[in-house]
Design a protein around this ligand. Structure first.
Ligand code: ADP
Ligand code: MG
Length: 392
């Protein structure tokens, strides 16, 4: 095993493919032994970044430092085998003509161990990923999950200071994905290795990460612990990409009325006309993000599903009225979709009880779940026509 993970640093990393800029000046620093997840939609540059870290792809500009070594300075760089790292791919990338044990053994070669010691190490690693009994199978005799375990064992067995993961769970079934996610998280942390893991799946990112970086169009738009990104997204893009119930156009009524748990001002807002129209539109408090404080005027509240509570119609402690559109049994309670106005919805609203489709409810919105951004933010495509109608 590695003694410790290595530090990872990118400075001004840029990658162009012809006229296409895949990485647009990324600065990133990952502390040794940290599990870093880079999260972004398809095409945001995740794979390109990982391949540049691995040395499979050359930077156009910028630098990469791994541990105490400058491994890339513009397009001149060290090849993958000289970077003290191992990689786990989405499609496993095992040698089809080698057994599980031989696939893993391949990665032990770099350690120059005696034959007995190498075999013991391979066996131990296969045991740790729960495959001791399948060591002599070939990849085509293993399920997808088993193949990914072999790939994980292969990545871990060499004791490198850095592990790179390119969406390793995306070809697995849901229940297997969860178990594999736990194994990746625990085995990587046990090894003390630094990890850079890329995914487009927000839940996966938050579950695994010590620190999350959000990528958009080849840029790193936010970097921090998952809790911070959830509570204080830097931009509406980050908020939308990390799980929203929906978006409300609001009017900001005045100055701050106190502060949230992490110090942001709480602003009094009123949902715009046509949005959750009840007998009266209640004032509610929303947490100001970025520069969204001080100035009364139009704003947008991006609503996190946690912190939205369903109350019976007419309940005095609610904020906006809605109709139940849909209800989905989740084992642990129910998720509800609500309609607040024409085309304006809140989805993924959890409750232990099932509210019937068509029920009128009153929705209570906790300040921490209401992320206020300044201006009548361009809303998602699905709700845009409604917003135009509301402001008209
Ligand atoms: P992600 O992994 O986040 O989906 P990628 O890093 O694969 O994104 O791609 C980032 C952008 O760079 C995309 O617009 C993609 O089309 C482009 N791109 C990636 N690889 C190449 C390539 N070899 N040639 C041209 N364009 C590429
Ligand atoms: Mg990719």
């Amino acid at each position: 095993m590695s003694e410790a993970g290595i530090a990872v640093e990118l400075r001004g990393a840029r990658k162009r493919y012809g006229t296409k800029t895949a990485l647009d000046g990324v600065d990133l620093a990952v502390e040794p032994g940290t599990f870093c997840v880079l999260l972004g939609p398809s095409g945001s540059g995740k794979t390109t970044l990982l391949r540049c870290l691995a040395g499979i792809e050359r930077l156009t500009e910028g630098r990469i430092v791994l541990g105490d070594r400058l491994v890339a300075d513009g397009p001149s760089h060290e090849p993958p085998e000289r970077r003290n790292l191992a990689m786990v791919f989405q499609d496993y990338a095992l040698w089809p003509h080698l057994t599980a044990a031989r696939n893993v053994e391949f990665a032990v070669g770099r350690l120059h161990l005696g034959r007995g010691e190498a075999a013991a190490r391979v066996e131990g690693m296969l045991g740790r990923v729960g495959l001791a009994h399948l060591a002599h199978r070939y990849p085509n005799e293993l399920s997808g999950g088993e193949q990914q375990r072999v790939a994980l064992a292969r990545a871990l067995v060499g004791g490198t200071g850095l592990l790179l993961f390119d969406e390793p769970l995306s070809n697995l079934d849901a229940d297997l994905r969860e178990r594999m996610r736990i194994e990746i998280g625990t085995l990587t942390r046990d090894a003390g290795t630094t990890a850079v893991y890329i995914t487009h799946d927000q839940a996966e990112a938050f579950a695994l990460a010590d620190v999350v970086g959000v990528l958009r169009d080849g840029r790193l738009v936010q970097f921090g612990p998952p809790e911070e990104i959830y509570a204080r997204p830097a931009t509406p893009f980050v908020a939308r990409f990390t799980g929203l119930a929906g978006e409300l156009p609001v009017e900001v009524l005045g100055g701050a009325e106190g502060h949230g748990p992490s110090g942001q001002p709480l602003m009094p807002v009123r949902p715009a006309a046509g949005c959750g129209d009840g007998p009266e539109r209640a004032t509610l408090l929303a947490t100001a993000m970025g520069a969204a404080h001080g100035i009364p005027g139009a704003g947008t509240v991006l609503v996190r599903p946690a912190g939205v509570q369903l109350l019976p119609a007419g309940h005095p402690h609610g904020h906006v009225d809605a109709a139940v559109l849909d209800t989905a049994y989740r084992g642990r309670g129910y998720d509800h979709a609500l309609e607040l106005g024409p085309g304006l919805q809140l989805v993924g609203i959890h409750d232990e009880r099932r509210w019937a489709r068509g029920d009128r409810v009153r929705v209570r919105l906790a300040p921490a779940a209401c992320l206020l951004f300044a201006g009548a933010e361009r809303l998602g495509a699905a709700t845009a026509p409604t917003v135009a109608a509301l402001s008209g």
